[in-house]
Design a protein around this ligand. Structure first.
Ligand code: NAI
Ligand code: MG
Length: 354
């Protein structure tokens, strides 16, 4: 199917038996290209999803005047599961980030961003997971200007909010994740020396939760700036990073850099009633429409979605096929110094699955 072909209307397409209803949002920029590539691979795998294609972002704004149409929200309410391409957010003015609204509306409070070496480069054997608090902090964005004299934008103000309940919830998620996935340590990232309340409460909650996991999962903590440096000097000493919203956003791009860049970094947004899977990267307007984007990040996000519905077997098959395509067939996209286009790469992964 061609996700770009549908504009605002829902269309269903089952790719495999035992269909699980799931919402599919192609997204903006390179979104439709990498989504097409990912769907090819999911089809070849026999992934058990029955897709409802919906629009969001600029694509939806152009089609229906609303960057987050009710039909899209209804679909996610029904399915509780979505695979989403990147969405463009206007800088400065314009509408509020659709990604942030989705996280708030569906209380997708945990953002899980694994970074594993697939293509050995500057670093080898990186295996980190960043767990980011996804609904609070500075992303609450009480962000505004105050007028002074005749300058309507003389002062800029931003207020963040972290509730104790939210901090406890994400800390528990991180420690449970560590336990279930055989991880030894959770490092809490904060700036409690300066943002004493906003990030102090986060650290405090993490310490409280860590006590319940004593002897099973270790905990330590780092101030965010020192953490950024140590991630470059010695990334192997980290395991699970537990971050507030903004620091998690920044450090997840950094750890993507440790494993070959944004083209390889997937993410999951998880709540009680819904989960949305996506690449860490954005809509990459600089390369959109050229057929050269790396679809691996979105493919790996689909892999996290397969794991979420209990199909670890299919996720593992897909990861192995991607690994062999990259490292044995040497088929790679331009961001990894290869020559393959998006479609060519997908076809190579499909051949590996055959
Ligand atoms: P970006 O992640 O789209 O691009 C950063 C750089 O990485 C660009 O040079 C781009 O060409 C490259 N890149 C990203 N993904 C790639 C891929 N799959 N293959 C090869 N190269 C890739 O970040 P940028 O430019 O800051 O943001 C563009 C738009 O995306 C903005 O409107 C932003 O708000 C939005 N965005 C959306 C996200 C989402 O939907 N989850 C996440 C991040 C940004
Ligand atoms: Mg980001």
């Amino acid at each position: 199917m061609d996700p770009a072909a549908s504009s605002g209307n829902s269309s269903s397409n089952s790719s495999g038996g035992g269909a699980i209803p799931a919402t599919l949002i192609p997204g903006d920029g390179i979104g439709p290209e990498i989504m097409d590539a990912t769907l090819q691979v999911l089809d070849a795998l026999g992934a058990p999803f029955a897709w409802e294609t919906q629009q969001a972002g600029m694509a939806a704004l152009e089609a229906s005047g609303d960057p987050l149409p009710e039909a899209t929200l209804d679909s996610i309410r029904r399915t509780g599961l979505a695979l989403k391409g990147p969405l463009t957010t206007p800088v400065g003015g314009g509408f509020r980030s659709v990604n942030v609204r989705l996280r708030e509306l569906f209380q997708l409070y945990a953002n899980v961003r694994p970074a594993r070496t697939l293509v050995p480069g500057r670093y080898e054997n990186i295996d980190l997971v960043l767990v980011r608090e996804n609904v609070g902090g500075f992303y609450v964005a009480h962000d505004y200007y105050i007028a002074v004299g005749d300058d309507p934008r003389a002062v800029a103000v931003s207020t963040g909010t972290n509730t104790r309940a939210d901090c406890l919830r994400i800390a528990r998620f991180a420690f449970e994740y560590a336990l279930r996935n055989g991880r030894r340590k959770v490092t809490v990232v904060h700036k409690a020396n300066i943002l004493k309340a906003l990030t102090g409460i986060f650290l405090e909650a993490a310490r409280e939760v860590a006590a319940d996991y004593a002897g099973r999962v270790e905990m330590d903590d780092r101030i965010v700036d020192a953490c950024a440096m140590q991630l470059v000097l010695d990334p192997w000493k980290f395991d699970v990073l537990l971050c507030t919203n903004l620091f998690g956003d920044i450090l997840s791009d950094q750890i993507a850099g440790l494993v070959g860049g944004l083209g390889l970094a997937p993410g999951a947004n998880i709540g009680e009633h819904a989960a949305v899977f996506e690449a860490v990267h954005g809509s990459a307007p600089d390369i959109a429409g050229k057929g050269i984007a790396n679809p691996v990040a979105l493919m790996l996000a689909a892999g996290l979605m397969l794991e979420h519905v209990g199909r670890q077997d299919l996720a593992q098959r897909m990861r192995t096929a991607i690994d062999r395509t990259l490292n044995e067939d040497n088929v790679r996209t331009g961001d990894l110094k290869g020559k393959a286009g998006t479609r060519e790469f997908a076809q190579a992964v499909v051949r590996r699955l055959g």
